[in-house]
Design a protein around this ligand. Sequence first.
Ligand SMILES: C[S@@+](CC[C@H](N)C(=O)[O-])C[C@H]1O[C@@H](n2cnc3c(N)ncnc32)[C@H](O)[C@@H]1O
Length: 187
Amino acid sequence: MLLIFILLVIVIFIVIVFFAFPQFSPIPYFPSNGKDMGLIVDALELKNDQTVIDLGAGDGAVVFAAAGDAYKRKLKTQFIAIDINPVLILIMYIKWFFHPNRRNIKIIRGNIFSIDVKKLITPYPPLAAIYLYISPWYLEMVIKNLKFQIKNFSVISYMYPIKSLKKMEKIIKGLKHNIFRYNVINV
Ligand SMILES: C[S@@+](CC[C@H](N)C(=O)[O-])C[C@H]1O[C@@H](n2cnc3c(N)ncnc32)[C@H](O)[C@@H]1O
């Protein structure tokens, strides 16, 4: 009994450490609002041979909802969920195990500011939709890194517009928050 209690305290301590300290997760975990999920999935404009990447995927709410939609529509879309927090990675693996479209879902523990996105996108020509729900001051950093790595991609940003992409902005009014879609073409 005492052993179980000690183990429980250790687990709770680890979870608190990973959620409370910015060095483990500089952007706090907030899932995209479930009331906007249908609109978010529509905004991804799922298609065959497309790779959808959630940079800072949290518990995978968006990736699993979108992968479920692709599965129903028999689309061969690939999904990649990237997060830095090992507790959320573990939660995603549990969800992945029970998901009907798991063979098209990849979970990666990585840093969204340094990950090599180009390597993850297959096949050619690369067709990528990047989902972001991160603090506005980090959005620009991620976009800069993406533009450096891939030529053409779409960005779907929940709640926060991306100032540097204003010219390409399409706004989808959500029930809770707006969804901003951008088709980025680098020439
Ligand atoms: C606001 S939550 C969004 C979760 C998910 N995308 C959603 O919409 O439901 C931001 C996520 O980014 C993750 N995160 C923070 N800094 C990160 C980093 N440097 N690399 C990867 N993920 C990071 C956090 O762990 C958190 O899960």
